[in-house]
Design a protein around this ligand. Sequence first.
Ligand SMILES: NC(=O)c1ccc[n+]([C@@H]2O[C@H](COP(=O)([O-])OP(=O)(O)OC[C@H]3O[C@@H](n4cnc5c(N)ncnc54)[C@H](OP(=O)(O)O)[C@@H]3O)[C@@H](O)[C@H]2O)c1
Length: 296
Amino acid sequence: MTALRIDGKALARQVQDGISKEILELNNKLGRAPCLAVILVGDNPASKVYVKAKAKNAESCGIDTIDVFLPGNIDNKMLEAKIKELNTKPNIDGILLQLPLPPGLDEYKALSAIDPALDVDGLHPINQGLLLRGEKSLRPCTPSGVIELIDYAREKLGLKRDISGLQSTVVGRSILVGKPVSLMLLERHCTVTLCHSRTKNLMEECRRADILVAAVGRQELIKGDWVKKDAIVIDVGINRTESGALVGDVDFQSVSKIAAAITPVPGGVGPMTIAMLLKNTLESAKQRAAHGGKVT
Ligand SMILES: NC(=O)c1ccc[n+]([C@@H]2O[C@H](COP(=O)([O-])OP(=O)(O)OC[C@H]3O[C@@H](n4cnc5c(N)ncnc54)[C@H](OP(=O)(O)O)[C@@H]3O)[C@@H](O)[C@H]2O)c1
């Protein structure tokens, strides 16, 4: 059997079409297009590519973007001052700080300087705290995309949306992916096992999973014999091989012979991360329109 290849590009297109329609309606209330400010510190080549892709997709949905390029040698104070200045601009509905920051800068401090109402990456401690409590908040984009991909795969497989009681294993415990995706799966009533570099017998933990999410950053770590038959496998990892190709944390060839569905790399989680960023920007702009243009 060959697993269903979960087409993240197609799902992202669907989501972005919906966003475009909502933006047409919102523009009248807001008196302008929603606007996303993207901050890039330094000249990390991969980050430059991601920032470009975000701006291109934003514009295709009718979201304006402002690029804020800062030199790699700035200090935390200067970065936080710039973020605080952007917080006060009435025409900016979302602020994204592209990670990773150059060495020497404190990501947690910089992320905490973003107004939580504009935190479209969902990484401010207030938004992460609200997620922990299961309250409405701007949620991290990649984990939100992972949940949408699971729902999409289950629909394509003819399974019900309800995933309560299913065993899910998440490999990786970053604040960007592993921890928030675990909380979101828990919110959907899965039984969640969260694994990391000190996990004993990772293979067994993976093999128990009905839903397996890999967010590790280790090229093709998860092999076919690590996966339960008919599992749904979401591969968040992006790794560059020696030949320059992009591969995930999951060995697509062997796992697709066992799993019911699997996301490819590229073309799986990546496009959905961008779609969720644009959805958060729309949400933030809607909140602003509802409050007469003010940040809540
Ligand atoms: N597609 C997208 O849009 C998207 C978005 C974000 C990230 N990513 C990709 O997803 C991957 C993870 O990103 P991240 O930011 O979460 O990375 P990260 O902050 O480096 O975290 C990696 C996690 O993996 C764990 N880990 C490392 N080696 C392991 C091993 N051999 N066995 C088990 N666990 C191991 C680490 O454990 P410890 O905590 O114990 O160190 C850590 O919790 C990267 O490849 C990144 O590029 C993709």
